[in-house]
Structures are given as structure tokens and as C-alpha cells.
Design a protein around this ligand. Structure first.
Ligand code: B12
Length: 310
């Protein structure tokens, strides 16, 4: 568990005066708890939310415990173009510079990028490129496996920075499909939905539908995601997905799928399942489900992804 931060530490970390910080706290722009002795303490997730909200530059990441960030200049990525971000990310990932990759992901997030933009953008694009290396040399397979692990580190680290959720927050549960060994897409989905305010429970790769349903019932999940990168038996998958969607409906939950092998399934065969093409679409779907759970005059229906694409 991260150590709470004092106003002085946060002020020094972002290069502002302690009095400004205390004023923002008094104005309610930054929430802080009081110790028994009356001193303010700020949770790391709240400090990160505040930094993102005011667009501050973190000049002393070590004071926030973000030690990987010392690998990058403080004003990265604001002084580089999105294209240079992609190139730098790809280069660090392909060459196994794990700390730099983790730092880039943190830095993009602190700089205001949505997790979905990081995942659909530099991370997915680098993995696509890295996935072709094995065609030219056997070493490419080493690079591919190493890159997957580094991305897993970076995504998990990002999950720790997401806004704090209380225990009453709705739960999202998900995994990769039954015969699907791919770890990263489901992990990304967990991070994206965690950032939307869900308590995210990721069951990882190769998860049978009965296991996922068990978890969804246990947590009374309002959203279930399934990542489908490979579907050796599509007819069975469609059948499983429809059964799962029917069971979920009974508890007011929604099923959303995505992934390379999901986009080929005709939506008409999955009447109660939303099919999303990217993490950005998943974030939009997650926010829609969240909004539908708000009590005052809201309808309990999932957002229609076809409407948001139009
Ligand atoms: C790493 C990797 C592996 C690793 C995975 C390790 C692990 N445990 O995770 C391992 C070693 C298992 C592997 C195995 C194989 N792989 Co592979 N692999 C890859 C690689 C390089 C990256 C995959 C990845 O993680 N990508 C990152 C993710 C995040 O990207 P994504 O899947 O596109 O997901 C995005 C969207 O689809 C969407 N999304 C995904 N899931 C979800 C879910 C929801 C709910 C939503 C809303 C959205 C969404 O958002 C994501 C972000 O934008 C890809 C290259 C590539 N093009 O992706 C090849 C690739 C997929 N593999 C390939 C191949 C050929 C294989 C093998 C057959 C190799 C072999 N001979 O054994 C096996 C097959 C395994 C199997 N049972 O299917 C080919 C597939 C070709 C094809 N036409 O299908 C690729 C494209 C490489 C290539 N260029 O040839 N692989």
C-alpha cells in the first residue's frame, strides 16, 4: 500500500508552493485526510488525479514514489509529438528497456492521456510491429515474449494509479475467452474499466464461461468483458456468449466483447452482447453502464455502440 503524501511532498513534486497546495485543499480541489494530530495527508491516487486535473508537471517523481519516472525528462511527453511518442515507446519496448516503458506509460497518464489511448495507440501498435519480428529471426520470439511481460508490468502499474473506488462501486469482471492464451488485452480492459470507476476483477487468460459466470454472480457484476483474440470453435463461442448474456441480464449486468477474433462475429448472432473494437469503445461503454446505474431518472440499458460509431 502506497504511503500517504504530505502537502509539502506533493508541492515539491510538482514545483508549487506548499501554501498554494493547502489553499487548493481548503477549496476542495484536492481532498486530504487529517491525521490524529490534524496534519493533512493525501492518498497517492488522489495526488495523481489532482496532477492530471491541473496539468501539472511532475519535477520530483521520487517524492511520490514514482521512481521509474526518473528514467525520463520531467516534461516528456509534452515536448514530443504523438508520433515521436509512438517511436520512442516502440524502441524501448522492442529493446527490452522495461523501466523506460513503465515510465512512459506513467508519464502519458500523468500528462492526461486516457489509459485507452495509451493501449489502443503506442502499446498496441508496438506489439503489432514486434509480432512480425519472428518472421525474420528466431530472436523475434524472445523479443515478443519479453515485450508482453513488460507491457503487463506497465499496465499493472497504471492500475495502481487509478482513482480510488469505494467498496460500493459497481464491479466489472472479465477475462480472455476459453481457449485464448492472450494476457494483455484482458488486462488492458481491467485497467480501462478501473479508470472508469469500476472495481475491476481480471481472471486472465483461458477462462471457461462457467468460471466467468461464477465470478460474475459472486460479485453481482454489472459489466462482464471477454477478450477474444482467437476462437477455434466460433459456433460454440457464440452459444456460450449468448448463454452468459442471458444469465447476466437477470442481475442487471451487461456483456461486452472485443479483440481480434471478435470483430468477425456477425452482431445479429449476439443480440444481447455488445461488440467493441477498441479500448476507447470499451471506456465509452463502461461510462455508459456507470451512468445507467446512477439512480436519478436514468434508464437501465447499455449504451448502443452503433450509435457512438455513427
Ligand atoms: C504476444 C503474442 C503472442 C503470445 C501471447 C503471450 C500472452 N500470454 O499474452 C503467444 C506466445 C501466446 C502467442 C502465440 C501465438 N501467436 Co501470437 N502474437 C502475439 C502478438 C505479438 C501480440 C499480441 C498482443 O498482446 N497484442 C496487444 C493487444 C492489446 O492487441 P489486440 O489483441 O489487437 O487488442 C486490441 C483490440 O483488439 C482491442 N481488444 C482486445 N481485446 C478486447 C476486449 C474487449 C472487451 C474490447 C472492448 C476490446 C478489445 O483492444 C486492444 C487494444 O487496442 C501478436 C501481434 C499482434 N498483431 O497483435 C501476435 C499474433 C496475434 N500471433 C500470431 C500467431 C501466428 C501466433 C501463434 C499461432 C504462433 C505459433 N505458431 O504458435 C500462436 C497461437 C496461440 C493461440 N493459441 O492462438 C499472429 C496471428 C496471425 C493471424 N492471422 O491470426 C500474430 C498477429 C503475429 C503475426 N504478425 O503473425 N502470440
Amino acid at each position: 500500500m502506497a504511503r500517504p503524501i504530505t502537502p509539502k511532498m506533493l508541492a515539491r513534486a510538482i514545483g508549487v508552493s506548499e501554501s498554494s497546495l493547502k489553499r487548493w485543499s481548503d477549496e476542495g480541489r484536492l481532498s486530504a485526510q487529517r491525521t490524529v494530530g490534524g496534519h493533512r495527508r493525501i492518498a497517492l491516487a488522489e495526488a495523481i488525479r489532482f496532477i492530471r486535473s491541473i496539468g501539472a508537471t511532475v519535477v520530483r517523481p521520487d517524492l511520490l514514489g514514482l521512481t521509474d519516472l526518473v528514467a525520463l525528462p520531467p516534461d516528456w511527453p509534452t515536448r514530443v509529438s504523438p508520433d515521436d511518442v509512438r517511436k520512442a515507446f516502440h524502441d524501448a519496448l522492442e529493446n527490452g528497456r522495461a523501466q523506460e516503458v513503465r515510465a512512459m506509460v506513467q508519464s502519458l497518464y500523468l500528462g492526461g492521456w486516457a489509459p485507452a489511448s495509451i493501449f489502443d495507440g503506442p502499446m498496441r501498435e508496438a506489439m503489432v510491429e514486434i509480432g512480425t519480428l519472428y518472421l525474420h529471426a528466431e530472436w523475434g520470439i524472445v523479443v515478443e515474449h519479453r515485450a508482453t511481460d513488460i507491457c503487463i508490468q506497465a499496465v499493472n502499474q497504471l492500475r495502481l494509479l487509478s482513482p480510488a473506488r469505494d467498496t460500493a462501486a459497481p464491479v466489472a469482471v472479465g477475462s480472455a475467452a476459453e481457449h485464448d492464451p492472450y494476457l494483455l488485452p484482458s488486462l488492458m480492459a481491467a485497467a480501462v474499466l478501473g479508470d472508469c470507476g469500476f472495481v475491476d476483477v481480471n481472471l486472465g487468460s483461458i477462462t471457461p464461461p462457467a468460471v466467468l459466470l461464477n465470478a460474475a454472480r459472486h460479485y453481482k457484476a454489472k459489466l462482464v468483458w471477454i477478450s477474444v483474440s482467437t476462437a477455434p470453435d466460433e459456433r460454440r463461442l457464440i452459444n456460450d456468449l449468448n448463454n452468459l448474456a442471458t444469465c447476466l441480464k437477470e442481475q442487471g449486468g451487461h456483456l461486452v466483447i472485443g479483440g481480434r477474433a471478435a470483430s468477425g462475429i456477425p452482431p445479429a448472432q449476439l443480440p444481447d452482447v455488445a461488440i467493441a473494437r477498441s479500448m476507447a469503445e470499451l471506456a465509452a461503454f463502461g461510462r455508459g453502464v456507470m451512468a445507467s446505474l446512477k439512480p436519478a431518472g436514468s434508464e437501465d440499458r447499455p449504451p448502443d455502440l452503433r450509435e457512438s460509431r455513427a
